[in-house]
Design a binder for this molecule. Structure first.
Ligand code: F6R
Length: 260
């Protein structure tokens, strides 16, 4: 894991956007794994601005979202379909048929999950997975206790997740209790991952994910086993890291390393 600590949310978002842009410039038909939530909003804004300036093309890109609430129609303002359309897809030139988001309204979840996994494979696998992190260390809706080999499936949300997300719904009772999510195993198969975190509320989860033991109780810690993950943080989210000096030393010295 490479840890990049930026001063602010905006700096973090710009650094992550550069990472995505580098990948798309090297492989214009890259397959991107997308996340929702407040954390990647700055990144999506940066990418949309690059697209608008003609610096980044999404016309050959394919996307797969991590997750979706069960039971919310795509028109619901808190559905991840709606979120992605409003905050990203409608601002870039990605063909609608290249967008994949798990269905929260299918009648056969098992069949849908198997199909979603197959579709990722048929697309050639995910080149870059974008991730946020929950305050309990979840990635996607892989709640504490998730198998580190898990695949796309239906999950029952933890009470803490429902509490975290209640702020976005009118009332806590409106937060769905189930979701469909890529598994930790699905995420680990992406060729590269970027994990973004911002704010004090994420500091403990980031310390556990980056420096704690690999454990199903902190799904993001599985990224320690991933060969190419970069963690983009702002100052507050980096607040509980013990090896910060070392991460900063690496960032300073890396440009001088021999090319591999
Ligand atoms: C989003 C997702 C979640 C979020 C996490 C953090 O698709 O899968 O794991 O990344 O809940 O959300 P924010 O960024 O709103 O703090």
């Amino acid at each position: 894991m490479e840890v990049i600590i930026a001063k602010t949310f905006e700096d973090m978002s710009r650094a992550a956007a550069k990472e995505v842009a580098d990948i798309l410039n090297a492989k214009p038909n890259a397959v991107l794994g997308m996340a929702t939530g407040t954390t990647p909003l700055g990144l999506y804004k940066e990418l949309a601005a690059m697209n608008k300036r003609g610096q980044l093309d999404f016309s050959h890109v394919m996307t797969f979202n991590l997750d979706e609430y069960v039971g919310l129609p795509v028109t619901h303002s808190q559905s991840y379909h709606y979120f992605m359309h409003e905050n990203f897809f409608k601002h870039v030139n990605i063909p609608p048929q290249n967008i994949n988001i798990p269905s929260g309204t299918t009648t056969n979840y098992r069949a849908f999950c198997e199909w979603y996994e197959r579709r990722i494979q048929e697309a050639g696998g995910i080149d870059l997975q974008i991730l946020g992190i929950g305050s309990d260390g979840r990635i996607g809706f892989n709640e504490p206790g998730s198998s580190l080999n898990s695949r796309t499936r239906l999950k029952t949300l933890a009470k803490r997740t429902i509490d975290d997300n209640a702020r976005l719904f009118g009332d806590r009772s409106e937060v769905p209790i189930h979701a469909i999510t890529m598994g930790v195993g699905t995420i680990l198969e992406a060729r590269r991952c970027i994990l973004l975190a911002s704010g004090k509320k994420k500091a403990a989860a980031i310390a556990a994910a980056v420096e704690g033991p690999v454990a199903g109780t902190v799904a993001a810690s599985a990224l320690q086993m991933h060969p190419s993950t970069k963690v983009f943080l702002d100052e507050e989210a980096a607040g509980e890291l013990k090896m910060r000096d070392y991460y900063e030393w690496i960032q300073k010295k890396k440009p001088g390393a021999p090319a591999v």
